[in-house]
Design a protein around this ligand. Structure first.
Ligand code: AMP
Length: 173
């Protein structure tokens, strides 16, 4: 199956969650077994050629893809979560959003048994979330070998915030 079929399946929802945002709804991909399998395949293909020890997944839609990817690749998964959700000792990274700030966290010992990390999320928009997540991985002693997205909104220029990393997007708008 081509990535064009995946692209066609993404539903544009205008003005969600705020006026002016065109939300890329990935639920039609999740609910179709062939499309979901194809999305996981295309995201895993590149990582198979690399020596990745673990996937770090971004809260919350990143989890939906990263869990299936980790299973297919036979490696572990580390959740990067919004502040207040992880139970053990954490590192924190606060970053700017369009309005206000957000804080992401990771367990301090998350990468002790595997340091080569692929960071996964559903959408690359302005890049702030991925940049903060990459910093967290590094603070916890991991090395970011790859940053992988199902969708990139290239007109928002998010790649600039994670320049220097090896970045892959399966679908580009
Ligand atoms: P950013 O930090 O701007 O790159 O935003 C990335 C995060 O926000 C990702 O975790 C996405 O799930 C979500 N996101 C941002 N913009 C959109 C959008 N237009 N459609 C769907 N998700 C989005």
């Amino acid at each position: 199956m081509s990535t064009e079929a995946l692209k066609q399946a993404i539903r544009d929802v205008p003005d969600f969650p705020k006026p002016g945002i065109m939300f890329k709804d990935i639920t039609p991909i999740l609910s179709d077994p062939k499309l979901f399998q194809s999305a996981i395949d295309v995201l895993c293909e590149r990582l198979r050629e690399r020596e990745i020890d673990k996937i770090a997944a971004i809260d919350a839609r990143g989890f939906l893809f990263a869990g299936a990817m980790a299973h297919q690749l036979g490696i572990g998964l580390v959740p990067i979560r919004k502040k207040g959700k992880l139970p053990y000792k954490t590192h924190e990274e606060t970053y700017d959003l369009e309005y206000g700030t957000a804080t992401l966290t990771v367990h301090q010992d998350a990468f002790e048994d595997g340091k080569n990390i692929a960071l996964v999320d559903d959408v690359l928009a302005t890049g702030g979330t991925a940049a903060a997540s990459a910093k967290l991985i590094e603070r916890a002693g991991g090395t970011v070998q790859s940053i992988d997205f199902l969708i990139e909104l290239s007109f928002l220029g998010g790649r600039d915030k994670i320049a220097g990393y090896d970045i892959f997007s399966a679908i580009v708008f």
